[in-house]
Design a protein around this ligand. Sequence first.
Ligand code: SAH
Length: 248
Amino acid sequence: MKFDILTLFPGMFAGPFDESIIRRARNKQLIDIALHNIRDYALDRHQTADDAPYGGGAGMVMKVEPLAACIEAVKAQNPASTVVMTSPQGRRFTHSVAAQLALRPGLIIVCGRYEGIDERVRDLFAEDAISLGDYVLSGGEIAAMAIVDSVTRLVPGVLGSDESAGTDSFCDGLLEYPQYTRPPEFRGLQVPEVLLSGNHELIRTWRRRESLQRTRTLRPDLLAEAELTKEDRKLLAELEREDGGHDR
Ligand code: SAH
């Protein structure tokens, strides 16, 4: 999986892409991340990448020419890659969007700054637009990091078998069950007995039940969309009986 990131601030990516899982995935050549400084594609002597908005108003707008040149140069090297804009106006980033993006051979992620990007960049080049959520970031860089991080986790071979993505929250439409590690007791709080039992079948059922319980309490919207097995329905019916049939 090839990630090309187009940004005015390539220095921001140094930390997050040089540690832990992303670093290992890069070293194993399961992913390749290239940073492109949009300013390098500015045409004038001062390398101007932004200008005042037509129609007036506060702030600056990223110019179309440097971005067009940058996107075209990167796309020429990676013709199969998809141009993805980061934007609060894009489609909301979720696990299923990450899973769709992970199937593409490469992503060219465009990071905006200031008041945003000249609309003609979107008109001419955008194949997708992603929003992290309903709030405004100062730039697309943190959104690009979140996209690269979560998509990388889904690239085959990136996570070892003992850290598989298969049980993570959202993977099957539910939140993950609670996790514990040593010690067995802390400030009077015990690790649930069943997890110490060594009985894998009991543990599996307990985890599934907790997963359903959490999702039902914290994210009923997810539960409504999840694909449930027969066992899930039975567990849910039990949970409902337990709180007297009242939804919380
Ligand atoms: N004026 C624009 C926001 C510009 S914020 C508007 O109201 O729509 C500057 C840049 O930050 C954007 O171009 C985008 O790249 C990035 N950005 C801001 N909020 C974001 C979000 N929620 N998700 C993804 N990218 C975001």
